[in-house]
Design a protein around this ligand. Structure first.
Ligand code: ATP
Ligand code: MG
Length: 833
């Protein structure tokens, strides 16, 4: 009977696989067709049965070809690549089933199929891998998929970590930096890992969620196959219509992938279509594909896409102050890494030490299974006829000797022999420990491990007469050669949204302590926040909303769209025992455990109250075309405004793409992904152009204010209590703002310090500055949109007279009264003067 999870599953975009531990060794389970991986493809038949894997792919191809031949939209009953919409509310509609499915429901079908391939035992627990870039919503949806498939105990593991585990176990060199380069069907992931005596630690990760084999196939279709058809046949109308063009591309992609895989092993290939697969052209001539391709063609067509992954990899190294020469192993994972062209490029540009020792298709699932072999099964039914043991040991070890604590589980063993002895026997028969008497107090047993592999030990228990006593658990496993305790790290930054009244919208604020690559569990605290409105106890209508984000971009005061909204935490009057006025201080603590579950608490110092709130992670809605368009237009405007014309052009390109792809859910997600990347560049550009000027203004304003305060010292008309309070706030925060290059707060402090300086000078000059303002209003009186021009004129005349007759101190009241008669925008004009 198994005591550990022992099953690892790679739930991939294109292919999935399952590996189980058998006698301490990982074993890949084969599909019915005897393949080691199974396509992540689901088909519902007319008779409402479900086909998963290769059979579903065949059905899909038949459907696509049929649809193209008749130019009728195929009824969608086959689904693939649904991992891309994991954690969203997108539904896939099946006409045969007469209903729709979420990604997680389709994924559950894939998992059920994988489970069914294990013929001799049920799979009730598994380690399932997810991309390092997966967000909380996507992870939660994966867990739900597993539960739907009857996997009761689910542990998630990041794909690069799993691959590194599989690699690390056999690695001869257990020290240094490793790069896991995983190019899959739909995504590219790269992870930098540091190994020290076999103990692995994730240093940094990056990737592109929308770059994989699919994109390679599309490039072949667009740059090789369609141009061939255009040259030999008349297909102008077919290509002009978006729908028929997509139908053609879909069928051509089948040939593209086939050929691309052949070109991983052979120098040349001819892309040939099956008779009757393609429709007749516009002269009614039967179309046929017959294109010769060489490696040089692949370099031209696929090279730029491979190069994109290399750029991401090099950038990752650079920001960690490393170069390719410091990398000890580049570990290849994912189908497309079979390509000799890609391998050559990696060797030339990253490191010659490209390691192909692990199978790129099954490494992830294998690593998951190894990891699974170290995690005990939960909720094992207690068998009262067996001796209940408690064991204490490290599941992974880089030592050759380990000490295991063994004890009787207190209170569980009353009906069993009072005196028992235990020994541990290694499964290969090469080692048996000493026999030791055990009680409720832990006894220590030393064991010897075989290097670089999982070591299974059977626990043999005997009573005082030497009779065997069955125990629970009856065996344990320790993996020698690797340490993966340090592998749980945060793969993105965590931040919250705070409302900015200046920009009149919400901006991102990072939570200190929860930066990307922090080891988990981690805690972050953000203090100095102010509540935007009052909360009355028991009043549900009074709400504070605190959006919580995760993402790649950690600069304070930036557009939250750059990151991913996890959840909006809502605190209402129901959450507090006492009244809390507007502007009260608030401190937020966010804790993230090893499985990346988030716990949120808000502390209000004024009433000394802490409120703990859980963060339910719900599926998010996919972006709508209108939303994307609005954000793109905004970006174009900003880019033009700061004269970043090239960027503006790139945003326009995205807008054009949106027009073409807005009907496709995957297309919209892809566009959102690219839009985020460009917005990031725009933000950097904005900082580059805006920041130097702001920095100068902020420093100047601060120096001037200090000068004015020194000069005014001793003037008793000034309320020094208030001024000193302001000054110590500036003294504390201005250097921080300068250090963080915080645009938003820089603007705030420039304005704030200006007003403080203005008030001091105005009082010192007995109101002269206010008089100047009145005069300036007088000069442009008619340009203002007064609510009551006549009254304004009277007030202004009286005020000007006060100024001329030595009563300048009255000007402030006149100004205030005038402000009430003009709209906000006019008022700002006067104040800015
Ligand atoms: N020998 C080969 N040469 C080139 N490409 C290959 C080869 N074998 C498979 N592929 C490609 O690999 C891709 C699938 O890779 P893989 O199974 O690693 O992806 P996945 O794990 O499902 O996806 P992801 O990791 O993005 O979720 C497909 O695009 C397929 O065409
Ligand atoms: Mg994969």
């Amino acid at each position: 009977m198994r005591t550990n999870i022992d099953f690892g599953i790679d739930l991939g975009t294109t292919n999935s696989s399952i590996v189980k531990m058998e006698n301490g060794k990982p074993k890949v389970i084969k599909t019915d067709e005897q393949f080691e991986t199974m396509p992540s493809c689901v088909h519902f038949t007319q008779r409402k049965s479900v086909l998963v894997g290769k059979k579903a792919v065949n059905a899909l191809q038949i459907d696509l070809k049929q649809a193209l031949k008749t130019f009728s939209e195929s009824k969608t009953n086959t689904f693939s690549e649904f991992k891309r919409t994991m954690g969203t509310t997108h539904l896939y509609k099946s006409s045969n089933m007469d209903r729709s499915f979420y990604s997680e429901q389709l994924s559950a079908e894939v998992l059920k199929q994988l489970k069914s391939m294990v013929l001799d035992e049920p799979v009730n627990a598994a380690v399932i891998t997810v991309p390092a870039k997966f967000k909380n919503q996507q992870k939660e949806a994966t867990i739900r998929a597993a539960k739907l498939a009857g996997i009761k105990q689910v542990v998630l593991l990041n794909e690069p970590v799993a691959a590194a585990t599989a690699y690390g176990l056999d690695a001869k060199q257990k020290d240094g930096y490793w790069l896991v380069y995983d190019l899959g069907g739909g995504t590219f992931d790269v992870a930098l890992i540091k190994a020290e005596d076999g103990i692995l630690k994730v240093i940094d990760t990056d990737g592109d969620e929308w770059l994989g084999g699919k994109n390679l196939d599309e490039a072949i279709v667009d740059q090789l196959l369609i141009p061939y058809l255009q040259k030999n046949y008349l297909i102008t109308r077919l290509l002009a219509d978006e729908k028929t063009r997509e139908m053609l591309r879909a069928v051509l992609k089948i040939y593209a992938e086939e050929g691309r895989i052949v070109l991983s092993y052979k120098d040349t290939h001819t892309f040939v279509s099956n008779l009757g697969d393609l429709p007749n052209d516009e002269h009614n001539k039967e179309m046929e594909l017959d294109v010769d391709a060489t490696q040089a063609d692949m370099v031209r067509i696929l090279g730029p896409l491979y190069q994109k992954t290399i750029e991401i990899t090099l950038a990752l190294l650079l920001r960690n102050n490393l170069s390719g020469s410091r990398i000890h192993a580049l570990i290849l994972v994912g189908g497309p890494t079979h390509s000799p062209i890609l391998r050559k490029m990696l060797k030339e540009q990253v490191t010659p030490i490209v390691d192909t020792s692990i199978d790129p298709m099954t490494a992830v699932a294998t690593g998951a299974a190894l990891f699974a072999s170290t995690i005990p099964l939960e909720n094992v039914v207690v068998d009262p006829t067996k001796l209940q043991l408690s064991l204490d040991f490290e599941a992974t070890s880089v030592e050759l000797k380990e000490t295991i604590g063994i004890a009787l589980l207190p209170g569980e063993n009353s009906a069993l022999p009072a005196e028992v002895w235990a020994e541990l026997a290694r499964a290969d028969g090469g080692f048996t420990s000493e026999k030791i008497k055990i009680s409720e107090k832990p006894a220590l047993i030393r064991v010897l491990l075989l290097p670089s592999q999982p070591n299974m030990f059977r626990i043999r228990v005997i009573d005082h007469e030497g009779n065997a006593v069955l125990s629970q658990p009856e065996q344990i496993t320790i993996i020698q050669g690797i340490g993966i305790d340090e592998m749980a790290t945060l793969h993105y930054h965590i931040g919250i949204g705070t409302f900015d009244s200046g920009e009149n919208r919400e901006l991102f604020q990072p939570v200190p302590g929860l930066e990307k690559n922090k080891k988990l569990p981690a805690t972050g605290i953000i203090s100095g926040l102010k509540t935007r409105n009052a909360l009355l106890p028991g009043n549900q209508e009074n709400r504070l909303v605190i959006p919580t984000y995760s993402g790649e971009y950690n600069a304070p005061g930036t557009d939250p769209l750059l990151n991913n909204l996890i959840h909006e935490v809502v605190i209402t009057g129901l959450n507090i025992p006492q009244e809390l006025p507007e502007g009260s201080e608030l401190e937020i603590t966010i804790k993230i455990d090893r499985s990346e579950h988030i716990q949120f608490s808000a502390y209000f110092p004024l009433i000394d109250h802490t409120e703990d709130l859980s963060i339910p992670v719900k599926n998010t809605d996919p972006p709508t075309a209108a939303y994307l368009e609005e954000r793109i237009d905004e970006a174009i405007q900003t880019a033009n405004h700061i004269e970043a014309y090239e960027l503006a052009g790139q945003f326009s390109d995205i807008k054009n793409r949106l027009q073409l792809e807005k009907g496709s859910i995957h297309g919209r997600f892809n566009i959102l992904n690219d839009l985020r990347k460009l917005l990031l560049l725009l933000d950097t550009e904005k900082r580059k152009t805006v920041w130097p000027e702001l920095e100068k203004q902020l420093t100047e304003e601060w120096n001037q204010l200090k000068k004015v305060v020194d000069l005014a010292k001793g003037d008793e008309r000034i309320n020094w209590g208030i001024v000193d309070g302001y000054m110590s706030d500036y003294k504390l925060h201005v250097p921080i703002v300068l250090k963080d290059k915080d645009i938003k707060r820089a603007r705030h402090y420039i304005d704030d310090m200006y007003f403080t300086r203005y008030e001091i000078v105005n009082i010192a000059l007995s109101g002269e500055l206010d008089c100047d303002k009145l005069k300036s209003i007088d000069g442009v009186f008619n340009s203002f949109s007064w609510s009551d021009p006549q009254k304004a004129r009277q007030l202004l005349n009286a005020g000007l007279q006060d100024c001329n007759s030595g009563k300048a101190d009255k000007a402030k009241d006149t100004l205030k009264a005038l402000y009430k008669l003009m709209p906000q925008k006019d008022r700002e004009k006067v104040e800015k003067k």
